[in-house]
Every structure is written in C-alpha cells, then in structure tokens.
Design a protein around this ligand. Sequence first.
Ligand code: K2U
Ligand code: ZN
Length: 169
Amino acid sequence: MAKLEVLHFPDPRLRKKAVPVETVDSNIRSVAEDMLETMYDESGIGLAATQVNIQKRIVVIDVSEDRDAPVILVNPTIIAVEGVEQMQEGCLSVPGYYDDVERAERIKYSYVDLEGQVIEAEADGLKSVCIQHEIDHLDGKLFIDYLSPLKRQRLMKKIEKQEKLLAQA
Ligand code: K2U
Ligand code: ZN
C-alpha cells in the first residue's frame, strides 16, 4: 500500500484524458489499492486515477457513512441519465473551494470489477454525483469548469493569491 500525491489545479496533468484499461491484472489491483488509501487519507469520497497522475480509466469511491464500503470501477461508463439535480461539490484537486454544480439526478452506469466482470448498476443522490464527478476527471474535466465566468474569475484570483502567499512563505 502507498499514499499517492494528489495533483492540484491548475496542474496541466489534470487535463489529460485517461486511456481504457485493457486487462484487470495485479498492477491495476495495486493501483486501486493505493488510490483507496490515498482517498481515505485525504477524507475524500471518491478519487480518479488522473488525480494521482495515472492516466488509466480507474475510479475508486466510498460514499458509505462508516467509510467501509469501497467500490473500484475500471473503465466506468455512463449508459443513461435521468432528471437534473444541483449539489454543492468540492474536489481534492481544488482544495478549499466548494460550489453548486448541476448534474443528472439518476444514472445507469457500467464498469469492470477487479475480477474482470462487467457490472451494470444504477445510482442516485451522492453516489450518482460522485461517479459523474470522477468520470469527468478521467476526461480531464473539473467541477469548476461548470462555474459561471464570474465565479471562475473569482476562483482564479483566490488561487493566484494563495500561490503568492505560498511563494512568500
Ligand atoms: O474527485 C474528488 O476530488 C473527490 C471528491 C468527490 C466528490 C465531489 C463532489 C461530490 C461528491 C464527491 C471529494 O470527495 S471532495 C470532498 C467531499 C466529500 C464529501 C462530499 C463532498 C465533497
Ligand atoms: Zn475531484
């Protein structure tokens, strides 16, 4: 097990599009294990491989109350969407910033599990939002991309200020 470094916006590597996993082998299982350790350590409820500079289509999530129900999704794909809902989102790659994002309320999705089986399932609520958020990461998309130009401008100013303070420290 190893804790991995989480990339932070505006790191350009967060914009890379991840490639599908050909075979679920021991290497993929090891990456997923390290991603779970990193996610729990960062108090996240999801993590995409892109965020730890691994350009493979692997996502881990755990939206359970007791933080004891990890799900590893290889090559996750949204098959169908229904409804619209707004939820406040944050991101381990954009620390300290939260804002409302509109996404599909319910999704039907598929993925490959660690035994190589194709699984189809449905989700709503926080799990649905989390899966959509993580699949966006695999496509180089961040939740801040959905913000209005004014909100994005304010966020960029906040990040520039943080970077100036860090440079002076
Ligand atoms: O991808 C990530 O950065 C992990 C996010 C996933 C997420 C964002 C928004 C809504 C649901 C999931 C982190 O878990 S951000 C921290 C967090 C924790 C609980 C609820 C919302 C955000
Ligand atoms: Zn995120």
